[in-house]
Structures are given as structure tokens and as C-alpha cells.
Design a protein around this ligand. Structure first.
Ligand SMILES: [Zn+2]
Length: 62
């Protein structure tokens, strides 16, 4: 599940939950992090545009 999907499905506020993804130096997989100094660009865009809130609300009404 992607960073974006997790925020939609878990209904996180912008500061909650994982904030970014990074490629692990040990296993080379992509991991989520809540401690990144920078929020993921795509996540930030969705928050700024209101798209995240709309998707979270749409999901709540399913
Ligand atoms: Zn790893």
C-alpha cells in the first residue's frame, strides 16, 4: 500500500502517520517513515490542493 493510500484509508491528519518513503540501504526496498524532515511531494500537493481531504471524505461515505 502506498504512502498516499495509507493516508486515505487511515484518515490521517497531515502531520499524522508516515510522511515520506525512502529506499532502504540494507534491503533496497522502499520503506515508509514518519520521521522524515520533508513531507513527500505528492502527499504535500494532495494536502495543499484539498484532494487528500476529499478522498478521505469520499472513502468515509462508502
Ligand atoms: Zn530495509
Amino acid at each position: 500500500m502506498s504512502l498516499i493510500d495509507i493516508h486515505i484509508h487511515r484518515n490521517f491528519l497531515p502531520d499524522q502517520g508516515p510522511q515520506n518513503v525512502y529506499q532502504c540501504e540494507f534491503c533496497e526496498a522502499w520503506h515508509l517513515t514518519s520521521k522524515s524532515p520533508e513531507r513527500n511531494d505528492r502527499l504535500q500537493q494532495m494536502i495543499d490542493s484539498g484532494e487528500m481531504k476529499r478522498k478521505q471524505q469520499a472513502r468515509r461515505w462508502e
